[in-house]
Design a protein around this ligand. Structure first.
Ligand code: PEP
Ligand code: MN
Length: 298
């Protein structure tokens, strides 16, 4: 291994960084793009895959209903956490992680509606269990720089989505991605999900969507970059416009939280959209994708 220099570490990416710190993630030339398939769905090419589903896999009935509806309306992957990073530890039983049970329900939904699954894994010891159902392991923002965990996920051989931490630079994000690539895992997708900034324009909004990072990432890395307008806005009425803007900005995929009755969602009830909204937004995103990029969503 080369002994890399870190004489001038900066918060943004330098030429030296590109050459020495993330050579596997860095573009080799201007048009270099990673293209690969996961569960038959192409990434980095003509498709802009949609990941849709609840924040949390709350019950079997809920996940089956959502799987049926999002699949029908254009989703390529069913999302939903059985293992969840919950900001505060005090929650009633009704609102807590469904863990092993949630994984079983995801399995049933996947089988019944023939839709691949992305779900979060939070600890190395659960990688085998989560991998029983996950077509993509989601590494959440809070774990983005947990390097031993990144390596364990990489070694599982499962495709990975690496969500950006809300306080991290593109430089740190690509450094984390490099760990995964270095450990042999090349089916890697990045996901922007909002960053912490002084103003988010609503009391209840915690983050700001960083669409500039899509353009910046595309300059530096060949990896596909997905945007999650749900977590970024934290506010349902803003999800549509920011989804359309994400596609216009060049996102390679979109993650959306969908719930039949969003205000009753067990986690983050302000941010989920309902089935009708999902259908409408997906159609509009498809128009933008086709008109601007000759890419397609549905
Ligand atoms: C999620 O997608 O369910 C999630 C917890 O996202 P993040 O890690 O971006 O907060
Ligand atoms: Mn969340």
């Amino acid at each position: 291994m080369k002994n890399i220099e870190n004489k001038f570490p900066g918060k943004d990416v330098s030429k030296e960084d590109i050459a020495t710190k993330f050579p596997l993630c860095a573009k080799k030339h201007k048009n270099h793009k990673s293209k690969f398939k996961i569960a038959g769905v192409e990434f980095g090419g003509k498709n802009i895959p949609i990941f849709a589903g609840p924040n949390m896999v709350e019950s079997k009935k809920l996940i089956l209903d959502i799987a049926k509806n999002v699949k029908r309306n254009g989703a390529h992957f069913l999302r939903g956490g059985a293992f969840k990073p919950l900001t505060f530890p005090y929650r009633s039983n009704k609102y807590t992680e469904t863990r092993e049970l949630g994984i079983q329900w995801l399995k049933e939904a996947k089988k019944k509606y023939k839709i691949p699954v992305i779900t979060e894994v939070m600890e190395s010891k659960y990688i085998p269990l989560v991998s029983e159902v996950a077509d993509i392991l989601q590494i959440g923002s809070r774990n983005m720089q947990n390097y031993p965990f990144l390596i364990d996920c990489a070694k599982s051989g499962k495709p990975i989505m690496l969500k950006r931490h809300y306080g991290s630079s593109l430089r740190d994000w690509l450094g984390a991605a490099e760990y995964i690539m270095l450990h042999g895992n090349r089916k890697l997708i990045l996901c922007e999900r909002g960053v912490s900034v002084p103003h988010t324009h609503r009391e209840t909004s915690r983050f700001l969507i960083d669409l500039q990072v899509v353009a910046a990432a595309k300059e530096l890395t060949h990896l596909p970059i997905v945007v999650d307008p749900t977590h970024a806005t934290f506010w349902r009425p803003w999800v549509e416009s920011m989804s359309l803007a994400s596609v216009a900005a060049g996102a390679d995929g979109i993650m959306l939280e969908v719930h039949p009755n969003p205000s009753k969602a067990a986690v983050d009830p302000l941010q989920s959209i309902n089935y009708q909204e999902f259908k409408k937004i997906t159609k509009k995103m498809d128009v933008i994708a086709k008109k601007i990029y000759r890419r397609k969503i549905i």
